[in-house]
Structures are given as structure tokens and as C-alpha cells.
Design a protein around this ligand. Structure first.
Ligand code: ZN
Length: 158
């Protein structure tokens, strides 16, 4: 009950509850190398910030990329997206660009450090548009598994 003369706070809309939906996650792997080095830092600063990951000789990872999509279920085929379509998009947009490469050589990583966090965002952007063009599925999340201890997600991260 609100006292006379006191304006009641606006009613708060109940939090919307998303309806359940089907998603599909597909995992891809490829090897790539990188050097964690901020272009405006000195070698010494990079060494201090990134430690051995700033070693100019670089180091490699066997990246695992988990791509999650959602969308209307194809009632007849029973799937969200044809996996071969997602595979073709991944191969063209990501594998052809980054596999067996030094990530620092890619133009996008001339202005940003090729951390797995940034790689997740770049891969997300690379896949989202092609997926929208070729499928009714929508990209939900890209997860980059860099090591056994570290993974990084970009998208509708819960
Ligand atoms: Zn690394």
C-alpha cells in the first residue's frame, strides 16, 4: 500500500521467460599459432603482460571451435540446420582463413591481440552472416577451446 502523496514505483514487468528451443552444437578443430603482443607495447611490456605467450617465435594450439546454432526445427528432417551446410560455412569462413596459419598475419589481428577471446568474436562475426544467408538457423555462440584449462565463449553466453 502506498501512502497518500507518495508516487508508487512503476510496475516492473515480469522477466520474460524464453520458450524452450532446440540448439545444435558442432565441434571443429584446426591448428594455428599466435604471439600475444599488443602493437603499441614495447617488447618488455608485452613480456610483462603476456609472459611466455609474448615470445616472438610464437606458439601453436590445436584449437577446438564449438559452434552452437538454434532456429526453427525442420519438421520433416528433424534438425535445426543441415550439418553439411554448417561444415561448408565453417570451412570457407574459418578453416581456410586460420588453419595452419599465424593468427597475427590476419588483417583483423593487426589492430587487436589474437587472444582466444578475440578469436571467438572474429569467428562469430565470420559465421553469423553466412549462416543467415544460407539457413533459417541463427548463430547462438562460438566457444574457442584453446587448452585443456581454458575456453572462451562469445554470443548468447549464459
Ligand atoms: Zn596461446
Amino acid at each position: 500500500m502506498t501512502a497518500p502523496g507518495v508516487v508508487a514505483p512503476p510496475a516492473v514487468a515480469p522477466a520474460s521467460v524464453a520458450a524452450p528451443a532446440v540448439s545444435m552444437t558442432r565441434r571443429y578443430t584446426f591448428p594455428a599459432a599466435h604471439v600475444l603482443r599488443h602493437p603499441s607495447f614495447s617488447d618488455r611490456e608485452n613480456q610483462r603482460v603476456y609472459g611466455k605467450c609474448a615470445n616472438p617465435a610464437g606458439h601453436g594450439h590445436e584449437y577446438a571451435i564449438e559452434v552452437t546454432v538454434t532456429g526453427p526445427l525442420d519438421e520433416r528432417l528433424g534438425w535445426v540446420v543441415d550439418p553439411s551446410v554448417l561444415d561448408a560455412i565453417f570451412d570457407a569462413q574459418v578453416r581456410a582463413r586460420f588453419a595452419h596459419c599465424l593468427l597475427n598475419d590476419d588483417p583483423v589481428f593487426r589492430s587487436q591481440v589474437p587472444t582466444a577471446e578475440n578469436l571467438a568474436q572474429v569467428i562469430y562475426a565470420s559465421l553469423a552472416e553466412s549462416l543467415a544467408d544460407r539457413s533459417s538457423a541463427r548463430l547462438v555462440e562460438v566457444r574457442v577451446v584453446e587448452t585443456r584449462r581454458n575456453s572462451f565463449s562469445y554470443g548468447d553466453v549464459k
